[in-house]
Design a protein around this ligand. Structure first.
Ligand SMILES: NC(=O)c1ccc[n+]([C@@H]2O[C@H](COP(=O)([O-])OP(=O)(O)OC[C@H]3O[C@@H](n4cnc5c(N)ncnc54)[C@H](O)[C@@H]3O)[C@@H](O)[C@H]2O)c1
Length: 265
């Protein structure tokens, strides 16, 4: 089923990857391009965005990289203006940027709380704020926001800022879905569970210092399917939600977790 988002223009935030391999944003950007979209790859790290666009261009797709911090209003406005300038429209807004943060209210200080909320939810508010007028003018658009199963329930350790910010992502998405439903704009979230990505390897190393392989096996065992998902599982769900196959789906929270939220621990 090639060409599922043919001729469309996709902005992907956090389109690079924090380390070698496939992060969620990088895989989504590449998959949209494989299915015919022209991609604007946005990242704080220019080299990471360039790596993604090089992969896309080498495969024969179309992509442009832009460096921007999506927590900054002016930089987000510049991204939207640049997308309009080079591609002339915005059909898909894929909000991937988000960072994990572990700790309860006494462990994380105010600066960390503010940082999590800024990166995980202010970023999505800003990109939606500035992309929506373009989508309204087109009477077409699909927003895909990357949330987490931590938005739904306690995930085994305290992570108040992460969980609160991802809960906010879900409601931001639902509100937009309803407000803009009559204007041809859909907004949905994906709630990944335990995914094996460079970001997670980084946080296991930083947070636990110990045996990465042992921690990976432990995470695998927590999942009913006995394995973590990967960035392509998230990307495929995003492609579906962004494409016309999901034309009657808006305001939903698509859980991509190998069944883990169905279990009781
Ligand atoms: N890996 C998992 O297990 C898991 C589980 C649930 C949800 N998620 C969600 O997936 C998303 C991250 O996925 P990923 O694998 O692409 O992560 P990643 O850490 O590889 O990040 C992708 C890119 O985002 C960029 N970035 C970070 N802050 C930015 C900012 N302010 N402005 C612009 N770019 C910025 C980084 O430079 C990086 O290149 C997050 O929203 C995260 O909460 C991941």
């Amino acid at each position: 089923m090639a060409g599922r988002v043919q001729e469309q223009v996709a902005i992907v935030t956090g389109a690079g990857s924090i380390g070698p391999g496939w992060g969620n944003g990088k895989a989504a950007a590449v998959l949209y391009a494989r299915e015919g979209a022209r991609v604007l790859a946005v990242d704080l790290n220019r080299a990471a965005a360039d790596e993604t666009t090089e992969i896309i261009c080498q495969e024969g797709g179309q992509a442009t990289a832009i460096e921007a911090d999506v927590t900054d209003s002016e930089q987000v406005q510049a991204v939207v203006a640049h997308c309009q300038e080079i591609y002339g429209r915005i059909d898909i807004l894929h909000n991937n940027v988000g960072v994990p943060d572990v700790g309860g209210p006494e462990e994380i200080d105010e600066d960390r709380w503010d940082r999590s909320l800024a990166i995980n939810v202010r970023s999505m508010y800003l990109t939606c704020r500035y992309c929506l007028p373009v989508m309204v003018a087109q009477q077409q658009g699909a927003i895909v926001n990357i949330s987490s199963i931590a938005s739904l329930r306690f995930i085994g350790y305290p992570c108040v800022s992460y969980a609160a910010s991802k809960g906010a992502v879900n409601q931001l998405t639902q509100n937009i879905a309803i407000q803009y439903a009559e204007q041809g704009i859909r907004a949905n979230c994906i709630l990944p569970g335990l995914m094996h990505t460079p970001q997670i390897e980084h946080y296991i190393r930083e947070g636990y210092g110990g045996d990465l392989e042992a921690m990976i096996q432990q995470r695998n065992q927590l999942v009913p399917m006995k394995r973590m998902g990967d960035a392509w599982d998230v990307a495929r769900a995003a492609l579906f939600l962004a494409s016309d196959e999901a034309r009657y789906i808006t305001g939903t929270e698509l859980v991509v977790d190998g069944g883990i939220t169905c279990t009781v621990h």
